[in-house]
Design a protein around this ligand. Structure first.
Ligand code: KG4
Ligand code: ZN
Length: 342
């Protein structure tokens, strides 16, 4: 019997719902909230209000696009954390309400686990992905930067993580200083395409283990701009492409140096990457080149699965369900859910 799962994601500023039948995706509707663009970052209060406005329509659309009916759904999997509490509350309450009304089981999913498996998602007309374990996953998003050893569908070990800012935050904060709109990562990516990546040098962290740090880079970027602006008030306008390309190159180098180190330490050459920053064209290009050179088996998620989406939540729901996990109706959202918690 095939298992049909409705996934719901509302941890940050994307309201998303998806339907999976076994591991194949029948729909994945994402409503990215535009309201935050004016504020230079996600405003939690506005995010939860927008989720409230969007969630019914997004879920209806996901079910309708899937070709299944609500009655045919076997399980409702939703993101219970980590994330913004007000945003998580909307998805959690919606899932519970739907469970009460329909009598269907629910399952609270750790958002980060979803990212780790996102590269396995396939559309309904594709062959299911055949996973090979263990693999290393470089998880790079707006809130997280980690190298994770994935031993099985639900068995993870963090090998390294950021001690301050996440890679996405470094993109976003530096972009803001350049006067670019939020989120800044995609803006930097676009500008970098016509810039020189060796035009400027910024500080890289000196951390010996597999942990990351991006706050020093942010400061170095800021000081470099400040010094140059003193000499030339139109420095940013004149050099914006080169600044974007050099910044992007530094972030990519920091990420790939650690990834290579993790491969060396573990001997694992099956590599995946995930999270919003994995959409970055410079990172993807460098990863492909490096994988070719080092003979790694590289799994890049499709662009639509790099950012937050409900399909990846439903996929984790699938593997939790078949290993016998459920949540009670008393399940609560957890803003600070640990990586190892289910
Ligand atoms: O995974 P995600 O959608 O949300 C979470 O943080 O969970 O990641 C969002 C982050 C933002 O910081 C955004 O600037 C970054 O991903 N991002 C990118 C690109 N697309 C999204 N960063 C660099 N280049 C991109 N093309
Ligand atoms: Zn995320």
């Amino acid at each position: 019997m095939s298992l049909k799962i409705l996934g719901i994601e509302s941890s940050c500023d994307d309201t998303s719902a998806a339907v999976l039948c076994d591991t194949l995706m029948y729909s994945n509707v994402i409503n990215t909230q535009k309201i935050h663009e004016n504020y230079g970052g996600v405003v939690p209060e506005l995010a939860s209000r927008a989720h409230q406005q969007n969630i019914v329509l997004v879920v209806q659309e996901a079910i309708s696009q899937s070709g299944f009916t609500l009655e045919e759904i076997d399980l409702i999997a939703f993101t219970k954390g980590p994330g913004l509490l007000g945003s998580l509350l909307v998805g959690t309450s919606f899932a519970k309400g739907l469970a009460l009304a329909t009598g269907k089981p629910i399952l609270g999913v750790n958002h980060l686990h979803g990212h780790l498996l996102a590269h396995m998602l396939r559309d309904k007309n594709q062959e299911p992905f055949k996973a090979k374990f263990p693999y290393l996953c470089l998880l790079v998003s707006g809130g997280h930067t980690q190298i994770v050893l994935v031993k099985d569908y639900l068995k993870f070990e963090i090998l390294g993580k950021t001690i301050d800012d996440a890679a996405g935050e470094a993109f976003d904060k530096c972009a803001r200083v350049l006067g670019l709109s939020y989120p800044g990562g995609p803006e930097i990516d676009k500008l970098a395409k016509s810039g020189r990546r060796d035009a400027f040098l910024f500080n890289k962290p000196r951390i010996i283990d597999l942990d990351f740090s991006f706050s020093g880079l942010k400061t170095s970027f800021l000081y470099s701009l400040r010094d140059n602006l003193k000499q030339n008030p139109t420095f940013i306008e004149e050099n914006i492409e080169d600044l974007a390309a050099s910044l992007q190159n530094t972030i990519v180098e920091i990420l790939l140096e650690k990834l290579q180190k993790a491969v060396k330490l573990t001997g694992v050459t099956e590599i995946a990457v995930s999270g919003g920053v994995s959409a970055n064209s410079g990172l993807r290009k460098s990863l492909i080149e490096l994988a070719c050179l080092k003979k790694w088996e590289l799994h890049l998620p499709e662009l639509k699965f790099t950012t937050d989406n409900a399909a990846m939540i439903a996929l984790i729901g699938h593997f939790m369900y078949i290993s016998g996990e459920f949540s009670g109706l008393d399940v609560l959202p957890q803003a600070r859910l640990n990586f190892t918690d289910f």
